[in-house]
Design a protein around this ligand. Structure first.
Ligand code: NAD
Length: 247
């Protein structure tokens, strides 16, 4: 505990890379652990692809809503881990969070610099005219459509595309992640198996940046634990409570 506290206390600019494990203690299942959402039904992965959306947009939305029903309800709350990261900012640290999660919990915990690599469940856009819509519109109809008026007073009517990055879509903010890494003193990797590209390449790239320390806090070992300066196999909520009590 002392070693990680020293690294955090000494760092002025902290970069954080989070994954689904960040939110399991808020009640949201992760990706691949036993009972995780993709272990139950692999056909879901195919349905959550860009290719499926483009082929069958009207079939996509009921499946999407069924899978993300709870996250779309906004009923989840940040846990001690999200709150700890938000508190670090109050202690004067620059904390930039790059998350693979789409649940919005870092923002809900009031972290101010959050980059959602895999997009957000809160919004969608019209693939035809670009009009943007929030969650309330997405929840009104089973298949949300664009209600923007076209020039001849007709309604666009195209099926909206979620802002969640689907399989086959490009990950967002990745250039910014590397820009911020160049200026960071410390990288905290939290609650991710690091199996999903491009996040999986970050620890190896970081190990080549002189002076940049990296710490992983993850329940289970990952394939690249050996690249980290410190490895902590613990639940993030428990870790956050312990470190907060010791600070
Ligand atoms: P993953 O499921 O592959 O790995 C999660 C890791 O977190 C596991 O190694 C597990 O041991 C660890 N973990 C679980 N609970 C933990 C806890 N309380 N504290 C610390 N570690 C814990 O998830 P990933 O690497 O983020 O995979 C990426 C994909 O999962 C992304 O595409 C992401 O969009 C998606 N996803 C997001 C959410 C969400 O928004 N909350 C939920 C499920 C999946």
């Amino acid at each position: 505990m002392e070693a990680v506290m020293t690294l955090i206390n000494q760092a002025e600019r902290i970069m954080v890379l989070t994954g689904a494990g960040m939110s399991t203690e808020s009640g949201i299942p992760d990706f691949r652990s036993a009972g995780g959402i993709w272990t139950e039904d692999t056909s879901r992965m195919e349905a959550m692809s860009r290719e499926y959306f483009e082929r069958r947009p009207r079939d996509f939305w009921p499946k999407f809503k069924q899978l993300f029903q709870m996250k779309m309800s906004g009923s989840y709350e940040p846990n001690a881990g999200h709150k700890y990261l938000a508190d670090l900012e109050k202690r004067g640290k620059q904390v930039d969070i790059f998350t693979q999660n789409i649940d919005g919990l870092h923002r809900k915990a009031r972290s101010s610099s959050v980059y959602e690599l895999h997009g957000s469940i809160q919004t969608a856009a019209c693939p035809r005219c670009g009009a943007r819509y929030g969650l309330s519109h997405l929840l009104k109809e089973e298949v949300p459509e664009c209600t923007a008026e076209t020039g001849d007073h007709a309604v666009c009517g195209a099926v909206l595309k979620t802002d969640v990055v689907l399989f086959g879509d490009l990950v967002q903010h990745f250039e910014t992640l590397y820009e911020k890494l160049d200026k960071a003193d410390l990288l905290l990797v939290i609650g991710t198996s690091l199996e999903v590209a491009p996040a999986r390449f970050v620890p190896e790239d970081v190990s080549r940046i002189p002076g940049l320390k990296q710490v992983i806090i993850n329940l289970e070992p990952t394939y690249c634990d050996h690249l980290f300066d410190l490895v902590i196999h613990e639940k993030i909520g428990e870790f956050a409570k312990r470190i907060s009590a010791a600070t």
